[in-house]
Design a binder for this molecule. Structure first.
Ligand code: FAD
Length: 468
C-alpha cells in the first residue's frame, strides 16, 4: 500500500527541534507534515531531559527524607526505595508530555506520519512505516537528532553495562555503580544514584569534570561530589571491563600512576552522543556534512547547501541542547518565510542538574582571556543568602563577568540552589546586553536566591552589600 502527499513544509524528526518547528510553522499558516519513526518528543522527552529530571527529583526526595530530622521532621529509619515506582512515575511524566504533543499536533492540524524517512531526491522523501508514503514538499527540515556514540572498550557488551537509555528504565537499583564519563549525563546520573544511596565511582578521561565549565565551577562541583561520597577519578582512561566471579563488573583504568581496578555491580557508559543521519540517504539529495563529517553543515539560518533543505538540532552538531534545537527550528521556519532571523549563540544557557545545580551562559572566564577582552568579575556566595539558608543549601556561588569597557555583562555561571531557574534572568540580561548598572538598579524579590545575582552585580562595582 502506498500514498502520496504534497505539503508546504516537511519536517523529519519530532524531537524538540522538529515538533516545535512544526507548531511554529503551522501557527504561521504553513501546511506541515511531520515524520517520526519512534515517539513524539524525541530523545529529550523519551530518554533525555525529562526522564532524567524525573529521576533527579525522586533522588532528591530520598536525600531530603534521609536528612529530614535536621528540619525537625522525624521520618523514622525504615526508608525504602521502590525503584519500580520511581521508573513508573518517570514514565507517567513522559507519557503525559508525549500525549500533550500529540494533542498540539491535532490542534495545529499538523499531519504526523509514522515511519523512517529517507530522501529520494532534494524534493521528495519516502517514509517506510505501516505503508510507504511518498512526500513532496516545498521546504524540508531535517531534525533527526543524535544517537549514543559507540565506544570501543573491551567488555562493553557485558550484561551489566548500561547506557543512559538503559539506566532510565532499569528497575533494579544497584548497590554500586561505575560511571564512565564525567560529563553532563555522567554527573547527573552520579548524583541520582548517590542520592539514592548507591556507591558511585566516576571515571573521567580528561583532567577535570565537566570541561565546558570554568575551572572554579568544576572544582566546586568536584568538591560537592566528593563530600556527597562520590568517588571521582580524573585523567583516567578506561581500558577494559570484565566480569568478576561473583558476577560483578571489574573496570580497569589507566592513570598517571599506573593501572587501577574498580569493582561494582553495574557500569554506566556516558561518553557522548553523535548526529543521527542513519538511513536518511542524504547523498540522494546532495546534502553536505560539516568539515569533520560529523553532522549536517548549516549556515546561521539553518540552510544546508541544498536550497529549500534545512537542518536543526543535534543533527547539526553545533550545540546538543533541547532549547537550542527548538530555537534553531523557529529560525529555520522564519528563514523559510523570508524573515531575516539568524541564530546567535552568544547567550545559550547550559544547565546541569547535579546537587547543587550548575548553570552558565555567555562567555566563560577563559574565553574572555582567549579573546583578549578587558574584563572584571565578581563572585558572591550563597552562604549569606537568607533563602538559601532556609533551604539548608548555602553552598556555591554566582560568578558574573563584565566587559570593563562597555559595562555589559558578558558571561555568568551559577553553582548552587535554584541555578537552573536563576540562569533565565542572566540569559535575558546577556541576550539584551544589559550592563551591571542596569542589573543593580533592578529590584529583586526578598527572600529569594535571585538576590545573590543582584549582589553579584554590586560586586562588579562597589562590592556586594551582604559580604564583608
Ligand atoms: P531528538 O530529540 O534526538 O529527536 C530526533 C527525532 O528524530 C527522534 O524522535 C528520532 O526517532 C527521529 N528520527 C531520526 N531519524 C529519523 C528518520 N530517518 N525518520 C523519522 N524519524 C527520525 N538537553 C537539554 O537541553 N537539557 C537537558 O537536561 C538534557 N538532558 C539530557 C539527558 C540525556 C540522558 C540525554 C541523552 C540528552 C539530554 N539532553 C538535554 C539533550 C537533548 O535531549 C537533545 O539536545 C535534544 O533532544 C535534541 O533535539 P533534536 O530535536 O535535535 O533531536
Amino acid at each position: 500500500k502506498t500514498q502520496e502527499i504534497n505539503t508546504d513544509l516537511l519536517i523529519i524528526g519530532a524531537g524538540p527541534g522538529g515538533y516545535v518547528a512544526a507548531i511554529y510553522a503551522a501557527k504561521k499558516g504553513l501546511k506541515v507534515t511531520l515524520i517520526e519513526k519512534e515517539e513524539l518528543g524525541g530523545t529529550c522527552l523519551n530518554v533525555g531531559c525529562i526522564p532524567t529530571k524525573a529521576l533527579v527529583k525522586s533522588s532528591e526526595v530520598c536525600h531530603t527524607v534521609r536528612h529530614s530530622s535536621y528540619f525537625g521532621i522525624e521520618a523514622g529509619s525504615a526508608l525504602e526505595i521502590n525503584m519500580k515506582q520511581i521508573i513508573r512515575r518517570k514514565d507517567e511524566v513522559k507519557d503525559k508530555l508525549i500525549s500533550g504533543i500529540g494533542y498540539l499536533m491535532e490542534q495545529n492540524e499538523i499531519q504526523v506520519i509514522r515511519g523512517q524517512a529517507s530522501f529520494l531526491s532534494n524534493k521528495q522523501v519516502c517514509v517506510t512505516g505501516e505503508m510507504k508514503t511518498y512526500i513532496s514538499a516545498k521546504d524540508i527540515v531535517i531534525a533527526t537528532g543524535s544517537k549514543i556514540s559507540k565506544v570501543n572498550i573491551p567488555g562493553i557488551n557485558l550484561p551489566f553495562v548500561m547506557n543512559s537509555t538503559d539506566a532510565l528504565s532499569c528497575t533494579d537499583l544497584p548497590t554500586s555503580i561505575t560511571i564512565i564519563g564525567g560529563g553532563v549525563i555522567g554527573m547527573e546520573f552520579a548524583f541520582i544514584y548517590r542520592n539514592l544511596g548507591v556507591e558511585v565511582h566516576v571515571v573521567e578521561f580528561m583532567d577535570r569534570l565537566l570541561t565546558m565549565l570554568d575551572d572554579d565551577i568544576s572544582d566546586e562541583l568536584k568538591q560537592a561530589a566528593e563530600q556527597a561520597g562520590i568517588h571521582i577519578y580524573t585523567g583516567a582512561k578506561v581500558s577494559k571491563i570484565q566480569r568478576a566471579n561473583n558476577g560483578h563488573a571489574i573496570v580497569s583504568y589507566e592513570a598517571r600512576d599506573g593501572e587501577h581496578l574498580l569493582v561494582s555491580e553495574k557500569v554506566l557508559v556516558a561518553i557522548g552522543r553523535e548526529p543521527n543521519m542513519d538511513g536518511l540517504n542524504l547523498e540522494q539529495a546532495g546534502i553536505q556534512l560539516n568539515e569533520r563529517g560529523r553532522g549536517i553543515a548549516v549556515d546561521h539560518q539553518m540552510h544546508t547547501n541544498v536550497e529549500h533543505i534545512y537542518a536543526i538540532g543535534d543533527v547539526t552538531n553545533i550545540i546538543q541542547l533541547a532549547h537550542v534545537a527548538s530555537h534553531q527550528g523557529i529560525t529555520a521556519v522564519d528563514a523559510i518565510l523570508g524573515e531575516d532571523a539568524v541564530m546567535h549563540y552568544t547567550a545559550v544557557p547550559n544547565v546541569i542538574f547535579t546537587s547543587p545545580e550548575i548553570a552558565s551562559v555567555g562567555l566563560l572566564e577563559r574565553e574572555c582571556q582567549q579573546q583578549g577582552i578587558d574584563y572584571c568579575l565578581s563572585k558572591v556566595s550563597f552562604s549569606s543568602n537568607g533563602k538559601a539558608l532556609t533551604m539548608n543549601e548555602p553552598h556555591g556561588f554566582i560568578k558574573l563577568i563584565k566587559d570593563t569597557n562597555t559595562g555589559k555583562i558578558v558571561g555568568g555561571s551559577i553553582i548552587g540552589p535554584d541555578a537552573a531557574s536563576l540562569i533565565s534572568s542572566l540569559t535575558l540580561a546577556i541576550a539584551n546586553e544589559l550592563t551591571e548598572q542596569q542589573i543593580r538598579e533592578t529590584i529583586f524579590a526578598h527572600p529569594t536566591t535571585g538576590e545573590v545575582l543582584h549582589e553579584a552585580a554590586f560586586g562588579l562595582s562597589i562590592g556586594a552589600l551582604h559580604q564583608a
